[in-house]
Design a protein around this ligand. Structure first.
Ligand SMILES: Nc1ncnc2c1ncn2[C@@H]1O[C@H](COP(=O)(O)OP(=O)(O)OP(=O)(O)O)[C@@H](O)[C@H]1O
Length: 265
């Protein structure tokens, strides 16, 4: 057990959900990640910060094997989810991605109805036996994504007709619908206006009661607002990892200090 001091929100207990040890990533001859070791906690939000090109998204994509889809990419080292090696030959990456869901920078709903966007994952993974069960999953996922009240009367309308912030919450509902344990978010607010950003940030804070959440962000203010743990990456190294408040007020490494004070970036 590990105590996590939340940003002004008391203390919650959390255990490691994902453990990475000696992770290296190459894209062809580019050495993008160098010997990354980290433990990602359950029921906490972990922020990955660092200058452009430092490897944040690359590491995020290692956590649900999205890098498998890039031909030049080679991942070595070990990453476990609840102690199980996610790169073991017996692991089906499609099943893994149902457990470790992902939300992207730009909201990307399917060109289908709001209902179908959320129902798609449970259907292809065979998670329900009948329409009643599917309806329940769709409603529960939309509720968890704080979108139900806004869309319950127009579930048959196209998902692409929603506002940007609603579309991003729909994508979060879609990720939640397959019953994940971890949610990976790659700059989920970068295409949103300040009001939609605030709504998604509030949602991220609620999601940590059910999931382990990992967020890549370029905004240090956002990392400080939403996360309990922060990992600072620089030139492919995970330079410093710790409690968010500690990283922002008392960084141990001069490179972290230079970044948070705006001297590198
Ligand atoms: N598909 C790819 N093919 C080849 N090289 C890549 C690929 N994706 C990333 N890289 C390289 O890997 C390194 C890390 O990139 P990555 O996108 O992970 O960084 P990042 O910190 O997320 O950057 P940003 O904040 O700009 O999104 C960079 O040198 C980048 O050019």
């Amino acid at each position: 057990m590990d105590d996590v001091r939340t940003a002004g929100r008391g203390i919650v207990a959390a255990t490691a959900k994902i453990e990475a040890r000696g992770v290296q990533v190459h894209y062809g001859t580019t050495h993008a990640l160098k010997d990354v070791d980290v433990s990602i906690l359950d029921h906490a939000v972990t922020a990955f910060i660092g200058p452009s090109g430092c490897g944040k998204s690359t590491f995020l994509r290692c956590l649900n094997r999205m890098n498998d889809t890039i031909a030049s990419c080679r991942v070595t080292g070990k990453i476990t989810l609840d102690g199980e090696d996610i790169y073991a030959p017996k692991v089906d990456p499609v099943q893994l991605r149902a457990k470790v869901g992902m939300v992207f920078q730009k909201p990307n709903p399917f060109p289908k109805s709001i209902y179908e966007n959320v129902a798609y994952g449970p259907k292809i993974h065979g998670l329900t036996r009948n329409k009643g069960e599917l309806d329940q999953i769709v409603e529960a996922s939309l509720r968890k994504a704080a979108l139900w009240a806004e869309v319950k009367d127009r579930l048959d309308s196209p998902g692409t007709g929603l506002s940007g912030g609603q579309q991003q919450r729909l994508c979060i509902a879609r990720a939640i619908a397959t019953g994940p344990e971890v949610l990976l978010m790659d700059e989920p607010c970068s295409a949103l206006d300040p009001i939609a950003t605030a709504q998604v940030e509030e949602l991220i804070d609620e999601l940590r009661s059910s999931f382990s959440v990992v967020i890549v962000t370029h905004s240090m203010q956002q990392a400080a607002r939403v996360s309990q743990k922060t990992a600072f990456f620089h030139l492919g190294h995970l330079v410093e990892y710790g409690e968010t408040a500690e990283i922002f007020t008392n960084p141990k490494d001069p490179r972290t200090e230079a970044y948070i004070t705006g001297r590198i970036g």
